[in-house]
Design a protein around this ligand. Structure first.
Ligand SMILES: Cc1ncc(COP(=O)(O)O)c(C=O)c1O
Length: 407
């Protein structure tokens, strides 16, 4: 098979926002959306706006669109069944909900392992759940020299008392990837479950919950070119046994028992369109890719090399006065680069870049433990977040701007 090729012109033509003269490096806090996603949100509202499970046309259409989106989400994460997917407002809310339910299955003396690499949305839900259950929280450290997770130290925290390990697949602050399968194997050997935060990973790599070996996984559509919707996967038998808070008339099966209240239907329709966009990218790169799962495989094959090349170009070009926090090379990382300047504070730098039309975030980006561990509170970093729709010319423009504002 020929290697998958990414056609960046084709990609950029899908995203109306990219016609602006700005350089969007704010993707880790929310990517831009293709026209098809905006059309799907609008289309839902204009053609099938209704609550679910009614007998009339718009409600039936609404059910159909949500079912299609659930299947698309199952294809994105490699779920065995569509009903293993619960949609919600965002990853944070879904994770608090899952954690509160799991806490009811834990006892005093049980242990939970979180990491110092993670976004706080994969820390505090577990801290709160542990407090509710009388369980103890163990925090796995990072290796300060390259801002990667100290996996050996994490594995050493596991014991027969561990009930859950919560770990990210990729750091939203510094980009480091975490190899999940060995952690899953060790957690299971200790009798614990594994929750994976795939929010930052999702726009960069193919998710396959079976290959990862995790028990739960969450991500957010607005990071992978969709609207502001979160999604949670868990095996059906386990999800249907969870002691969740719910209203009595709501169904007791998945997904109804997890999806409390009325959902963001238009956002869910847009989520389906975002996944379909990725599949269409895969089919554009590899015209032979048949089904949606194969097309998504092709999409992430096509994205990998260009993203790596963009990260390498950016990392190689960051010059005097700047420090890169994290891996200096393009391997074992998402193309998300955290920098600081020897004189100018992150907030000032972000403002100076903004004046030049370069959109970046500054601060800890909610990776509070990491920022504390690296001694970067309260200022944090400037985060340069590349996605497959960015170009080498944009990287060069960013490097020139960094040079100018760092003088
Ligand atoms: C790695 C990571 N985890 C979790 C979150 C929280 O996601 P949400 O905004 O969907 O709650 C984010 C958001 O930036 C993130 O980057």
């Amino acid at each position: 098979m020929l290697p998958a090729m990414l056609d960046v012109e084709w990609v950029r033509a899908q995203f109306p926002a990219l016609r602006r003269p700005a350089v969007f490096l704010d993707g880790p806090a929310g990517s831009q959306v293709p026209q098809s996603v905006a059309d799907a949100v609008r289309g839902y509202l204009l053609e099938s706006n209704a609550n679910t499970h009614g007998r009339f046309a718009t409600s039936l259409a609404s059910d159909r669109r949500i079912a299609e989106a659930r299947q698309a989400a199952a294809d994105l994460v490699g779920a065995a069944e569509a009903r293993e997917i619960a949609f919600g407002p965002n990853m944070t809310t879904l994770t608090f909900r899952l954690a509160a339910a799991l806490a009811r299955t834990w006892s005093p003396g049980d242990e939970v392992v979180v990491t110092r690499l993670d976004h706080d949305a994969n820390v505090m839900p577990w801290v709160a759940a542990a407090a509710a259950a009388g369980a103890t929280v163990r925090k796995a450290p990072i290796r300060a020299e390259d801002a990667t997770l100290d996996v050996d130290a994490l594995l050493a925290l596991l014991s027969p008392r561990t009930r859950l390990v919560a770990v990210t697949a990729a750091s939203n602050a510094v980009g480091s990837l975490v190899a999940i399968p060995p952690i899953a194997a060790a957690a299971h050997a200790a009798g614990a479950e594994l929750f994976v935060d795939a929010v930052h990973f999702a726009p960069h790599g193919r998710i396959d919950v079976a290959a990862l070996g995790c028990d739960y996984l969450a991500c957010s559509a607005y990071k992978f070119f969709g609207p502001h919707v979160g999604l949670l996967w868990g095996r059906r038998a386990r999800m249907e046994a969870l002691p969740v808070d719910k209203v009595r008339p709501a169904g007791d099966e998945m997904p109804d028992r997890l999806e409390t209240g009325t959902g963001n239907h238009e956002g869910i329709a847009g989520t389906a369109a975002a996944i379909e966009y990725l599949a269409s990218l895969g089919r554009h790169a590899e015209p032979g890719a048949a089904g949606r799962r194969e097309a998504l495989d092709a999409a992430f094959r096509a994205i990998a090399a260009p993203e790596r090349a963009l990260a390498a170009r950016l990392l190689a070009g960051i010059g005097r006065g700047y420090r890169v926090w994290g891996l200096r090379g393009p391997d074992m990382r998402a193309p998300t680069v955290a920098i600081t300047h020897e004189r100018r504070r992150p907030r000032e730098l972000a403002a100076a870049l903004a004046e030049r039309g370069i959109h970046v975030w500054d601060g800890n980006n909610y990776a509070l433990e990491l920022s504390l561990a690296l001694g970067r509170e309260p200022d944090g970093f400037v985060r340069l977040g590349l996605l497959h729709y960015n170009t080498a010319a944009e990287v060069d423009r960013t490097l020139e701007a960094l040079e100018a504002v760092g003088r």
